[in-house]
Write a protein that binds this ligand. Structure first.
Ligand code: AMP
Length: 223
């Protein structure tokens, strides 16, 4: 199964992706996390993308496709959950062609829908663990000890691109570049849109239902 998760920054993609992966035995491929790992490790790629990401701009299509292709898995059980990719129509096109060379196609796309006004507060309050990547929110979900991760004791920091000036730019990138993909996927009949302003467990249950229904439909089509 190749599942893609869409949603503007702050819509809860990271949290929900973890739950989906555990439930359906999927490998989580988050291009933003992969790029941040390259920056932390000071690789040539990391040094190249650091300034681009700090501005909230998108890095080159070829670079992210290469990161994804190296890590994609699709077995008879399990598969891959993509989070943050594809991010524009060119990446969708490249990805379709790459999957076709493996004889597969995207199974399901889930889009988390939420108003921009709700996202600004979520993003400016977000703090991320430098060790295990877990997210907290200083207003709505603070850690027990300020600045320290509850899980691993790592240091919590604010991402450069979660600073107020950059957030508006990231949201406009999402609307301009990523939303057009959703129209294309709706036409293929593989898009499910979910209201992400609802409580986390309701969003999670709606996502589980979407995956179960898609798998049942594939089963019926094969029978
Ligand atoms: P995210 O963690 O998904 O919010 O991504 C953080 C940043 O990583 C984005 O603002 C981009 O600079 C970069 N990035 C992540 N995924 C992609 C992608 N598919 N294409 C281009 N840039 C990306």
């Amino acid at each position: 199964m190749i599942l893609t998760l869409f949603g503007p920054p702050g819509s809860g993609k990271g949290t929900q992706a973890g739950t989906l992966c555990r439930r359906f035995h999927l490998k989580h491929l988050a291009t933003g996390d992969l790029l941040r790992a390259e920056i932390r490790a000071r690789t040539p790629l990391g040094l190249e993308v650091q300034a681009i990401m700090a501005r909230g701009d998108l890095v080159s299509d070829a670079m992210v496709l290469a990161l994804v292709e190296k890590r994609l898995v699709n077995g008879t059980t399990g598969g891959t959950l993509l989070d943050g990719f594809p991010r524009n129509l060119q990446q969708l096109d490249d990805f379709d062609r790459s999957l076709a060379t493996r004889g597969i196609s995207m199974t399901l796309a889930i889009s988390l829908r939420i108003d921009d006004a709700l996202l600004i507060g979520r993003l400016t309050g977000r703090r991320v663990c430098t060790d295990c990547n877990r997210s907290f929110n200083v207003q709505t979900h603070p850690p027990e000890v300020s600045g320290i991760c509850d899980d691993c004791g790592g240091i919590l920091v604010q991402r450069d691109d979660d600073k107020e000036g950059v957030i508006a730019h990231r949201l406009s990138e999402y609307h301009a570049q990523t939303r057009p993909i959703l129209g294309a996927l709706a036409e293929r009949g593989i898009l499910v849109e979910i209201d992400a302003a609802r409580p986390i467990d309701e969003v999670r249950n709606a996502m589980f239902r979407a995956v179960d229904e898609r798998r049942a439909r594939i089963g019926r089509e094969r029978a």
